[in-house]
Design a protein around this ligand. Structure first.
Ligand code: FAD
Ligand code: SIN
Length: 553
């Protein structure tokens, strides 16, 4: 089948909160092609449980939310970005409600309905809007319904972006950041197997996180870091990749594959306590906020308990709440645990930390612009600097809507400026021929399992120089094998993902090796202290990894 050329003002890659929110808004100024590699609702967003953090109660203040975010970020946040995140939060929440999102409510002081605000780790008070424990599903539903009403947006489901269209596709050597331009992407139609060319004046990467590079993760199958790997190949700056957040409480079951079911931190926000195998509370010894300490601290404390006692899991106990309350507040968690034979109103829930969230990604400024012209990024694939070394719970859905809005604010001006001079170079049609070799394909599947296990065993919650060096030596071999197979095989969505996972794993290990201290989510037992010099690890294709000094907040 012949490959096609599509053209629009905006190209959005990804249909989670970041992509959908931007598409809705940008459609006011021009045509939008939105591509997503599975169904439109297949995203991390759809799985979000706890909610969205924002200043919405009279006792709260922007300063408190900013302060909590900066504290969690361990001194590596970009304060300007945090200010934007927090101060524009309430407006964006109201907008989501105007677009049809229903958040949980309770009776206010005068008997009127008010938003029911939950609590999560690291927050000094209740500020999480939620839709019971199915917040992401409700937000995604509302956004998809809104998008469906807009003529200017065309959705391409089952379309996997393969590579960005930048000068590097023309064989031009990658030049300095700011000199490279993006003209859209090569995108595979998964159904026909044809790679089409999608040109656009402004491209937004909203491809989400990387959880799938770890053996155990809360992230669904789509989270393979495609946007980050594509941007890296195109020469964009990438940063903070060593800061992988492990969620302290995924449901422990003996199964070994597939996404792990999350037990939301909001359960601890409602009073659940963590217990070790002997039934003792251990967070009291670790942090003044005890079970609601920031995630890095709770996950590490659990890891210590597991290693100290050689056990598979700890427990989360919410049995002091009534069954009626739990079924209403956490219907999803209640019924999933029930399926596993756990009555959460009586039994402690077996839990374990698993890979959950990437704080780093494609470097962007406070308007979501990357170091490549015409290329913007929002959501989990972005590194705006709002999370620093550790994300505050429920700040990521917020980051997605806030920075997609910032990109939208730039969009009209961007189109006006670019219209005068926009000339798309003559990119060749995708011309990679290949063959499918079943035996090799099976081996490549094993390679990726090895990558996931390697990341889990050697680049987990506690790292060491020796383990990172070993991981790096092995990832070079595995990544080479996967890339070689990619080059000669027929294209498919899965081989695109495997290639990207190998790249992203390499970037995480490289970043972790470059940082010689312990801060936030990165803990290296050979360098257990935080360095007094605050610096970020920045990566760029062809230039390796380097530490860049940051201003103090
Ligand atoms: P996603 O929602 O992951 O969307 C990415 C999209 O890009 C998907 O549509 C995907 O198919 C598409 N895509 C990827 N690669 C390609 C490609 N090559 N071509 C085409 N399309 C592609 N955060 C909170 O703030 N609060 C919470 O309560 C919360 N709970 C969570 C619970 C779970 C179980 C998980 C996994 C995460 C949770 N998070 C939470 C984190 C949050 O959900 C994510 O960070 C956020 O949803 C990311 O949004 P996004 O739009 O950037 O990406
Ligand atoms: C949760 O509900 O615990 C997840 C919240 C988040 O990742 O922000």
């Amino acid at each position: 089948m012949k490959s096609k050329k599509y053209r629009s003002d905006f190209l959005v890659i990804g249909s989670g909160i970041a992509g959908l929110a931007f598409a809705i808004k940008a459609s006011r100024f021009g045509t939008v092609n939105l591509t997503t590699k599975k169904k439109d609702s297949d995203s991390n967003t759809n799985y979000a449980q706890g909610g969205i953090a924002s200043v919405l109660s009279p006792g709260d203040s922007f300063e408190k939310h900013i302060d909590d975010t900066l504290k969690a970020g361990a001194g590596l946040c970009n304060r300007a970005a945090v200010e934007i995140l927090v101060r524009s939060g309430p407006e964006r929440i109201i907008e989501l409600m105007e677009w049809g999102t229903h958040f949980s409510e309770k009776k206010g002081p005068q008997g009127n309905p008010v938003l029911d605000l939950g609590r999560e780790g690291g927050h000094s008070l209740n500020r999480i809007v939620h839709a019971r424990d199915l917040t992401g599903k409700e937000v995604e539903r509302a956004l998809i319904e809104k998008v469906a009403q807009i003529d200017n947006i065309r959705i391409f489901e089952n379309h996997t972006a393969v590579d960005l269209l930048t000068e590097h596709q023309l064989g031009t050597k990658i030049r300095k950041p700011g000199r490279v331009h993006c003209y859209g992407a090569y995108i595979l139609d998964n159904t026909t197997g044809v790679v089409n060319t999608f040109n656009a004046k402004m491209t937004l990467l909203a491809t989400g996180g990387v959880g799938q590079v770890y053996l155990h993760t809360t992230n669904p199958e789509i989270a393979t870091g495609d946007g980050i790997a594509m941007a890296y190949r195109a020469g964009a700056l990438i940063a903070d990749m060593e800061f992988i957040q492990f969620h302290p409480t995924a449901l422990y079951t003996p199964k070994t594959s597939g996404p792990c079911f999350l037990i939301s931190e909001a359960v601890r926000g409602e009073g659940a306590i963590l217990l070790n195998w002997q039934g003792e509370r251990f967070m009291e010894r670790v942090h003044p906020l005890r079970d609601l300490a920031p995630r890095d601290i709770v996950a590490r404390a659990i890891d210590t308990e597991l290693k100290k006692h050689g056990v598979t899991n700890v427990y989360l106990d919410i049995s002091k709440k009534s069954r009626g309350f739990l079924k209403k507040r956490f219907p999803n968690i209640y019924s999933r645990c029930e399926e596993e034979g756990i009555d959460i109103s009586k039994d402690p829930i077996p839990v374990v930390p698993v890979a959950h969230y990437l704080c780093g990604g494609v470097v962007s400024d406070i308007d979501a612009k990357t170091t490549i012209e015409n290329l913007y990024v929002s959501g989990e694939s972005a590194c705006t600097g709002v999370h620093g070394a550790n994300r505050l719970a429920s700040n990521s859905l917020l980051e997605g809507i806030v920075f997609s809005h910032r990109a939208f604010l730039r969009a009209e001006e961007h189109l006006q400026n670019i219209n005068k001079k926009f000339k798309i170079p003559d990119f060749p049609s995708w011309n990679k021929e290949g063959t499918f070799d079943l035996e090799e394909w099976v081996l490549v599947q094993h390679d990726i399992e090895d990558v996931k296990r390697l990341m889990w065993d050697y680049v987990g919650i506690v790292r060491s120089d020796k383990r990172l060096q070993k991981a790096y030596r092995r990832i070079l071999v595995l990544a080479d094998d996967i890339h070689d197979y990619y080059k000669k095989s027929t294209i498919s969505s899965r081989i695109v993902e495997l290639r990207n996972m190998a790249t992203v794993a390499k970037l995480i290990i490289r970043s972790a090796m470059t940082r010689k201290d312990s801060i936030g989510l990165h803990y290296n037992s050979d360098h257990p202290e935080a360095s007094p010099i605050r610096a970020s690890v920045v990566l760029q294709a062809g230039r390796g990894a380097r530490l860049v000094k940051r201003r103090r907040n």
